[in-house]
Design a protein around this ligand. Sequence first.
Ligand code: HEM
Length: 463
Amino acid sequence: MSANRNSLKDHVVPSLKNGLPKMSVAHSLGFWLRVALPTWTKGIIIRRPRMIALAERFDLDAKAVRYMERLHAAYGGRSALVRNPIRTQAVVFDPADVRAVLDGAPEPFTPASDEKRSALAHFEPETSLASRTAERAPRRHLNELALETSASVHSHADRFTAVIREEMQSLISDDGAAGELAWPDFSEAWFRLVRRIVLGDRAREDHALTGLMVRLRSRANWAFTVPKNQRFREDLHARLMAYVDRAEPGSLAALVKGLPDANAPTHQMAQWLFAFDPAGMTAFRALALIVSHEEAFDQAKAEIASGGSDPAFLRACVLETLRLFPTTPAILRQTTAATPLASGSLPKEAGIVIYTPFFHRASWLPQADRFQPSFWLGRDPEEALPVVPFSAGAAACPAKNLVPFLAAQALRQLLSTSNPSVVRPLWLRREGALRGTLDNYRIRFRLEGGSPTQRREAHGFPA
Ligand code: HEM
């Protein structure tokens, strides 16, 4: 009892009756500078490669997690309010609050927070993630139907797999000659397969569309501080609508075309094209993690050699990569009414941030900074809360099954047609705790020589 009282003395006493504890000025400053600023400067809607390089070099994301641990201890594990001149803003520390907030979507915890709406308005103002009240349900529904959220394997999986095989094979044969694989080539091949899956084969070389998305997303990084480019946005939606009208069989666009009363379809599709970018980063990072962890590499090779249709271990590797390097590090919500949490109550219009790297990598977790894909075997991505790579609840990622499947197929192809080893970063090849950031833009692999077919045969993999 007395030990308990002593440890409570270290905690900051809540300054709002029945409300959340309020962080001190020093802690608030620390949060904005050490946690929020590095997250924001890396780019929320599109990454800024130079900032990612800095984050890796100075291990800023790991330092942010350590600072969150200090705050967690200072406020007794309770979620707390961080001081700022704009609005009531809560930072979640308590896993019970993570659950309550995510289960409480879309009311009273709307995912369409002001800052998210302001950023997404640059290119997809009617996407479900930015929609409130009655507008949200039909848009979310469209996403769930087209992405087949509840199916572990999408009904178009065979075509998607064939597309991935072709694109990854041509990537390896092009790069195999040079003997190295780096991000620019991978990313180009990745977006080819994304356009074919989302829009159809005729979109394979539509680099202009991807370029338009990049320009709009770059503006979206600045949210309300830069004006919207109406002309670019209209151009994007007209181009996407043309693909829906063409409805190429086997594409997601054709599925959309077949849905009666599809609500703002091109706005949902813009979100898909946007979100496939972090999916590619994750596949590339997963490849680096697998080949630099002997046990995982052996398990992956055994799974591929067995020739089964479900790459369960590779899917687990993708989820584990997202635990270690979450591509949505800040899950944002906003209250639509005064609402109680386990840590205290929140007023209406309060912002909430769930900083996922803290829940994924806190130093007291047994797997913390280690690559342990087996954690995910047999688990739905929503079943590990407060580890939430795809969020959870009614606003969880509707592609939570599709993404790991597609990324796993890309990994299967790359691992079975080449024998990659990591050239950069060197720290990945050393034993020990992983850094907080893995800069996907600067990962480089050495590939074993020979044609894809020769390499495949040499490793005993099925065609
Ligand atoms: C690494 C890949 C991805 C990760 C980690 C991821 C993660 C997430 C997360 C955490 C959210 C919730 C965001 C929030 O609450 O603010 C979300 C929402 C969403 N994601 Fe993904 N996502 C990925 C890729 C994709 C892809 C490829 C698609 C589509 C093909 C997609 C479609 C969506 C949609 C439509 C939403 C909004 C859901 C809603 O409004 O309820 N995501 N995603």
